[in-house]
Design a protein around this ligand. Structure first.
Ligand code: HGY
Ligand code: MN
Ligand code: MN
Length: 416
């Protein structure tokens, strides 16, 4: 297949302006974003993305999970489309680029092809996957997971947020429950551009990460029960302090992750304390342990040791404990041909690059189950993400979008 000419580049200023425009929707409190899934802000961001795509001549399809598919026709309508995209939803204290760069990078490549009058045999479909973050409704990558047949749609619709609202009702409320049956679309390939969300590329001075693998993820929700009691008048020996039990379990989580250094990681980002009153010993805590590793056996070992060790801690303290697996996926190996298209594109464009394993989960990790898939990464400042201070440079964004465009266009086959 003919590769695009090395001088075929996206419009960096236009991409940057679109990123800054989208960042105005669902602003955070410290310069980032709080555009959580199926909130009104998410709905607003979707509308802006739809407008931009339709202005670029694309037509929209939306499935029953709210996944948005914006199609640029190819010369052969029967050829399976090449999909490209990521997610527009953010963490509560999210950055402006996590996910958004991948969606708007896909839009920018279409805008550039329009400018250059380039046609491709295969249609190109720019995608916004619903609820990648899994922060409001666990698990992460919910809608791409339903699309890939990992989760049942009814189970996904019933996922509940901290206020007792369900995903399905909220999706309908914001008016983005589409009529296309989820998962019916067949793909020639899927490409995702994403910021690294880690320190490697910046530290090594590399423009591009060629993502060969994604590490696996395990989310275990732990509920520890003790007894609410007065923090002043209850003698220490009489206490059933669920909060103290959690503290000791979190120490264990850290110890387990360190025992598998340098690759394994572990922490709890979600913690609920009940009744969360200054003068009541917590009678119940609910928290989610997030373990990750490129090695499945390591993940399984960490899960096993968590259960055994946490049970021992609670037994000794007279506390109850329950475990629920609320999310996870095995380590991912991306498609060799697609990965090569990305590496060749970086080479052709003269961008420095290195192979990298994705530390974060992405929709591409599920789509890899149903279509040849690969990812391209760009650096981010100090490797910081899931923080409002998340930052990238315009040059990094442009390099990533250039490589994305070249890999997509080569795979979609330019028609001379
Ligand atoms: O959890 C993750 O890795 C992704 O950011 N949702
Ligand atoms: Mn993301
Ligand atoms: Mn994220």
């Amino acid at each position: 297949m003919a590769a695009p000419a090395a001088n075929m580049k996206i419009n960096a200023d236009r991409l940057w302006d679109s990123l800054m425009e989208m960042a105005k929707i669902g602003p955070g409190v410290a310069g980032g974003n709080n555009r959580q899934t199926v909130t009104d802000e998410d709905g607003e961001g979707r509308k802006l993305f739809q407008k931009w795509c339709e202005d670029a001549g694309m037509t929209m399809g939306v499935d029953t999970m709210g996944n948005m598919f914006m199609t640029r026709p190819g010369t052969d309508p029967d050829a399976l489309p090449v999909y490209v995209g990521s997610h527009l939803d953010t963490q509560p204290t999210g950055g402006k680029y996590d996910g958004v760069l991948g969606v708007l990078g896909g839009l920018e490549l279409v805008r550039t092809l329009n400018d250059l009058g380039v046609k491709t045999k295969h249609p190109i479909v720019v995608t916004n996957w619903t609820n990648e973050e899994g922060t409001r409704f666990a698990p992460a990558m919910l809608a791409s997971g339903v699309f890939a047949g990992i989760h049942e749609q009814d189970w996904a619709y019933a996922r509940t947020d901290a206020k007792g609202k369900t995903f399905g009702v909220e999706l309908e409320r914001i008016g983005w429950k589409g009529d296309e049956e989820v998962g019916q679309r067949k793909m020639h390939a899927f490409f995702e551009l994403h910021i690294e969300q880690g320190p490697i590329l910046e530290a090594e001075g590399k423009d591009i990460g060629v993502v060969t693998h994604g590490q696996g993820l395990s989310w275990t929700q732990v509920t520890i029960t003790g007894k609410d009691a007065h923090t002043g008048s209850t003698p220490m020996p009489m206490r059933k302090n669920a909060g103290l039990g959690m503290a000791r379990v979190l120490e264990l989580v850290d110890e387990i992750a360190w025992s598998h250094k340098p690759d394994a990681v572990g922490a709890a980002g979600h913690i609920e304390v009940y009744p969360n009153s200054r003068n009541v010993i917590p009678g119940k805590v609910v928290f989610t342990v997030d373990f990750r590793s490129p090695n499945l056996a390591v993940i399984e070992d960490m899960e096993k040791r968590l259960k055994e060790g946490a049970k021992k801690i609670c037994d000794e303290m007279g506390l109850g404990i329950e475990f629920e697996k609320t999310g996870g996926f095995d380590p991912v190996t991306f498609d060799e041909k697609c990965v090569t298209a990305i590496r060749d594109a970086a080479e052709r464009l003269g961008y420095s690059h290195r192979n990298i394993i994705s530390g974060a989960g992405h929709d591409a990790c599920w789509i890899n189950r149903v279509a040849p898939t690969a990812m391209v990464m760009c650096p981010c400042v100090d490797g910081l993400s899931h923080n409002e201070a998340e930052e990238i440079s315009k040059e990094w964004a442009a390099a990533g979008a250039d490589v994305l465009m070249h890999a997509v266009v080569e795979t979609a086959e330019i028609v001379e």
